[in-house]
Ligand binder design. Structure first.
Ligand SMILES: [Zn+2]
Length: 103
């Protein structure tokens, strides 16, 4: 009887492990496909290169309440200051990249 209970417990734990490992990893793959640029819009540095993990955030236009926000990827957090100085200029770079990717 003890052995039977142990088998059930092992099966349950195995199920939990499988569920958690397949979730976030699959989402990350999907995201990298939808973003059109491989470089930082501010510095033009390669994302995820020597600088380490890219800084990813969602930019929302404060003047537009209906803005769903859009994903922006920078090579590092210090580029965020420059981005916030001229967000329209950098967002246009992403727009242009999206357009040329669709061609
Ligand atoms: Zn940077």
């Amino acid at each position: 009887m003890k052995a039977f209970k142990l088998t059930l417990l092992t099966a349950a734990l195995g199920g939990i492990l499988i569920t958690t490992s397949s979730g976030p990893a699959a989402d990350a793959k999907k995201d990298s496909k939808s973003y059109p640029l491989k470089t930082c819009v501010v510095s033009d540095e390669k994302l995820g290169g020597d600088m380490g993990d890219p800084y990813i955030f969602t930019y929302k236009d404060k003047n537009n309440k209906n803005d769903p926000g859009r994903e922006v990827r920078l090579c590092c957090k210090s580029c965020l200051k420059d981005f916030n100085k001229e967000p329209a200029k950098y967002l246009k770079k992403i727009d242009d990249a999206e357009k040329s990717a669709k061609k």
